[in-house]
Design a binder for this molecule. Sequence first.
Ligand code: GDP
Length: 428
Amino acid sequence: MPVCAVLGGQWGDEGKGKIVDVLAEKAHVTARFSGGNNAGHTVMNPEGDFKLHLVPSGIFWPEGMAVIGNGVVVDPDALLEEIGGLRGRGVDLDGRLLVSDRCHLVMPYHVVLDELGEAARGDQAIGTTGKGIGPAYTDKAARIGIRAADLFDLEALYPRLERVMGHHNAIIEKVYDAAPVSLAETFDRCKGWASALRPFVGAVEHVVYNAVGAGKTVLLEGAQGAMLDLDHGTYPYVTSSHPTIGGASTGLGLLPRDFDSILGVFKAYSTRVGSGPFLTELFDETGDLIRELAQEFGTTTGRPRRVGWFDSVAARYSARVNGYTSLVLTRLDVLDSLDNIKLCVAYELEGKRVEDFPGSAAVLERCKPIYEDFPGWDGATAGVTNIEDLPEGALRYVRRLEELSGLPIDVISTGPYRHEVVTVRQVV
Ligand code: GDP
């Protein structure tokens, strides 16, 4: 299975980090292709408990390479902090971590613009992580971004930085009435990043291309989720990149024909961080219970996550957009102590049944979920590693999710640790 993509099927935080850590044992290369350090991937394995924001979660298997593709925007300070943290805990990165020289950098003025822009949106705020990711992608599309490669030609960088910062500082001062970002300080930081990042920057696309050409296993680690995709998500309450399979292609230079398996990772329920429509959201004590049981607080922001039931209309849409070959179900154990579980099978809009996910956030807001009731199960799924050991009721829930999504569930995660997993079918 040379290329296997692990993609978020919902609104992010599905547990992709854990799944990538599990599957990376067999990978020669693990790659990120979109997003930035707004992602927060949690990995719990014999090395310890880790929260990764930029470094791919395959880094813990010493034989593999971990690469950050051109589609990712990189905050150099955040990356260096993560590298330092991993090294400090004994994870060997030398010669194993490579960042594409085509990656756009998240600059200090992007963080300032992100915070000011979000505050100015008032009650129309998107709920960004405030890490400068959106403004960095905006500059990329506007062709005024600074890329990792630019750090290694400081002479050419200075006049570009001067022009770009002149533009952004005019907005910061005149539109937002805030203090400008210092050009001299920013340039000094670029000099520091140039030397600190030198060993980690290179031509990622060739590493990936060569691995694919040699039939080696390349594992792609999605960030965020399909429903937050800039085009396919609930616009404007979306992220500024493409966490879907198309983003995996452009974000690494892979050809569509290279993909052998595309895994959609779904929680057994749903969560969403930030604003935007979320039809199955729970506002009652069941929602609070799930949030507490599952510790649904953002890895990057610490914000409480919005919690709701599994939405199979969204899941079917996510499967269409991504072409999943199969699914991974995570956090089934979180539902262990519930007496009743609901499953959204369709929506209702103005008296009509809706099976297809609407393209407009405003239309979506007017839809109501149609639920199927599911009894809770006797016994625990927590820590189960064998499908025969799943309680009957839990298995029935899994089978119904398969029916509703039209896809097999090949992996079931039953806890946060690496070993807490049921492999129904080998996927890599
Ligand atoms: P990611 O961004 O998709 O990698 O997901 P996050 O790391 O933000 O959130 C997933 C959380 O769920 C982390 O705290 C994981 O340790 C945890 N997790 C992953 N799989 C499971 C599981 O099957 N059961 C439980 N209880 N926790 C899980």
